[in-house]
Write a protein of this length. Structure first.
Length: 140
């Protein structure tokens, strides 16, 4: 199976909540690492570089028969977490939206526990370029 590499950032706040950002999906671990180095200089990310992670995500279908497409469809599961707000998981990457929708229809655990979402994402393109800003109590 082929794999893409998800560059994510998870920021844990002092109140116990967290924030998940998908920085991008990359065709190789090396491309994801280069994007991490760039994103690490963005506002907010400079304060918590330990929040970055690179996760391999299998893409449906054998790579030899089908090279990676320019766009994949990610299947996300968002679970409520009373202590942290929510937890986001990437369940898989698919070559077609129909493939992602079919996987969502049979996904376990059932979505009654959370929300399933299919999102198109360009491969080797950074999708999150803004960094993040934390606002303390009383600040606007």
């Amino acid at each position: 199976m082929a794999a893409v590499h998800a560059l994510i950032h998870l920021h844990d706040f002092d109140d116990g909540s967290s924030d998940f950002k998908l920085i991008g999906i990359y065709s190789s671990r090396e491309m994801a690492a280069r994007a991490r180095a760039t994103a690490g200089g963005l506002p907010g990310f400079t304060d918590c570089p330990e929040g970055f992670g690179i996760e391999p995500v299998e893409v449906d279908g054998p790579r030899a028969e089908h090279p990676l497409p320019a766009e994949v469809f990610l299947l996300f599961l968002t679970l409520p977490d009373s202590g942290r707000g929510e937890e986001v998981r990437i369940l898989g990457a698919y070559r077609t939206e129909e493939g992602a929708d079919a996987a969502a229809a049979t996904a376990l655990p059932r979505p009654r526990l959370g929300e399933l979402e299919v999102c198109p994402v360009d491969v080797d393109a950074t999708t999150w370029t803004d960094g993040f800003v934390t606002v303390g109590p009383g600040e606007d």
